[in-house]
Write a new protein. Sequence first.
Lengths: 209, 749
Amino acid sequence: MHEEIIHTDSTSKEKQNYVMLELGSTPAYGWPAFKQVVKRTVNGELFVGLWITLKEMGKTLFKGGKHTTMYPFEKMPISPRYRAIHNMLRLLESGHYRCIGCGLCEKICISNCIAMETRYDENQRKEVSEYTINFGRCIYCGYCAEVCPELAIVHGGRYETASEQRASFSLFDDMLTPIDMLKQQQEFAGFGSVTPNADAAIKKTPLAY
Amino acid sequence: MMDIRENRSQKISVTIDGKVCEATTDDTILRIARKNGIYIPTMCYLSKVEPIASCRMCVVEVEGVEGAILSCQARATDGAVITTKSNHLHKQRQNIMKLYNVNHPLECGVCDKSGECDLQNKTLEFGVNAQSFTAKDMLRPVENWGFVSYDPALCIMCEKCVRVANEITGNEALQISTGGYKSTIVNVKKDFNDASLGESAAVCPVGALVSTDFKYRSNSWELDKIPATCAHCSSGCSLYYEVKNDKIYRVTNDFEFRSLCGAGRFGFDFANENASKDSEAFTNAISAFKEADTIRFSAIISNEEALILQKLKEKYDYRLVCDEAYGYQQFLKAFGSVSGESLYSANLESLSNSKGIIVLGSRINDDNPMVKYHINMASKRNRARVVYMHPIEDSNISNIVTQFIKYEVGSEEGATALLANTLLQDKELPSSLRDFLNDLDIGNISAESNIGEEELAALVQSLDKKTGFTLVVGSDLYDHPRAVQIAKLIGAIEKYSDFDVLLVPPATNALGVSLICALDDNAGDYTIGYNAVGDFELSCLGDGDLDMPALNQQEGTFTTIDKRVVPTNVALSYNGYVLNDIANALGLEAVYTIDYTSMLPSKAGFKAMTFDELPFGFDVSGVEHRGYLLGSKPVKTVEAFEELEEIPTYDGAIIYRCNEAGQCNMLTNRTEALKQNEVCLKGSAQFATVAKITDGDEIEYMVDGIRYKRRFKLDSSLKGTIALHPNYDMELSSTLVSSYRFSHLALEQ
């Protein structure tokens, strides 16, 4: 039974494309070995290889064949699902910050790192007078962005959280979209959204061959 | 009369949702249900006022009765079978909730009430997730009424605030402007920014009436509730300091059953901040204690601290001087020597249930707002007769006072004797007292004190055929030169007449201090002042020689006007030294101040309960379970009355020590909400003429050896030649109040 299965397997019966290389003979003693060394040393094969390297260098330097991302000057686009330092968004029409001070982010925060103070302002609005996130404690869980009823707090793409002090990112104004950048403000695409270059980044998988 | 009363309290049994409940005939269905843990939803019901019956959520079905019954106002009958839950009732309640939600602004995200909102809860409870009714919306701007703000758009017209303003606080500022969908609450006293409107805001089930200062400051769920006792006056109301980040944001209370006054509600930020352990000052304090022969202290103190001071006295033979409590202690002692009990019999609840009330020797609206609230409750609920006996008429309580009896300044002894004579007329008395009363020269006293015999006759007549009387006695009498004799007469009224007596303690813990400390009447050469003036001052105001914690920074107990020992807890942190540290350095041994709670003298009626055993709160039917009640101890009676003394004449310009304008003491004036920038001597035009001053004059005068610099302000609500002289702004000197409250104005040029 066992043998039958092997023999009925169609792939095993196909012709294999293996080719035996012509490697010549390996010198077996002193003199021919010495001749081989001398021959390889002086016939310039080395420069053939070096020329290829030089050509690739030329392509990279002058013809845009470079694959290096010049971090930190250049950054790869990051997935919108990635949860980095928060952004505070503004209303596109009025430019007023979206946060209404409802305090849900403060309440839901499981590492207890959001602190806010609010007050009654002159326009009878609830004004956020203090808003800080302690990034030493933040675990970037994303609950604050998820609970926000106004899409005011979202996670941005600033993943570099090394700083001389933790306070560097944590103030409301640091997170808020600068007013002159209002036009460039990106709407948060929502949870489960894909990266902007997702289509381009698709590679054919072996199954497609 | 008696038959009806007995009939009223007949025991019945009713069946609610299949559960057999024992009750009495004067209980409403809702109250019986709550007492038995059966839930009936309500929107407008507030336990502490009469049923409002505006929401109709509390409908129930009674077997054999057509239609739905409002359980909040319907009394149960024996054998009734009541259903509180059915599909029909649920649909009815759901419809009510749908109507409440018509055009209710969807601003829960910023609303202060969110998280503790009745509308929110009930909307979710009845699954109202769509608007099936609509009405044309209209502009309804927010109104700022000073201490509170009103947003008509959020208002659901439950009327709780109006009821509280009328029935509890008695400011009568709020009214309903009816007009269907256009109905609103209107404030008819907008010019008078009244802190007692805070009570109306407290009961608001939605975010319509809120504290202006707290508005949009914090979400309710972010605040920690610290159960505590108000430190401002002797009513010792239960409250919660709501704290976040070591800062008090607001004060709330069990508004379903109890109230607070404006000072308790808004005067919470009196803590001694930034105190630290200054070891040098501490060493100085210890050496000062070694040197001193007197400790002078304020009655704004906990029982435990008072006991520490008493123990220090026993150990080092200090003189203990407490000007605020000394007169009261002597008064209580003399009172007991006739009444036979160490304590008076009335309390705030019995006061609010009275049908006849006499207030003697106190400007009660300013002296103790909570007592005034309870008089107001009695007036509004029982149509109680309120007789106000005082040299100055008080226009603030004219709406509840049915008879004002004015007597001359200084004639309190005569007034009390006349009152005793009137109230004890047909009572059976021991011969010594009867002889004393018979020997009174009524005509002469009446002439001297200016109390007409016909006024007393009218008083007797108005109380005729009523039961349940309370005599409220205030601090004009405690510091009177003839206080002992007055106290004995009051004791006789307590013992032999139908009146229960309420001796209003003059300061926060004056009653506790009176029971715990053996006080001396005068100070020696070197005085330690604990929240009082002294050669070395321990002060919670932060300006003394050594910092002490304010009463919201320490735990301990107070003895309240209800003769209840109540706990208070730490709301704000305090890093400095406390009295217990000094006591330990002086040889007493206790880890914490509250270790003394169980050592409070059982001889005076205290129980040997530790601090942590003291309960705090109310049960569902509103019965207070907070601390414990002091036991009154029998006292040996000595009924010896003296002859009445000649009444001293108080002619010319008189000033009356009185902390008006919602202030209680030196602490309330430190708070942001209540602080007065300029404290004035307020008097009538007649006073100005007699004192030869005019409105706005800067004057200087001396009282009890303290120099006061005040602007004089004409007050049209006052009459006569007596001006109101506040001392709450005098910081530590404000506790030096041992003398009679009325004095001649001694102007200095």
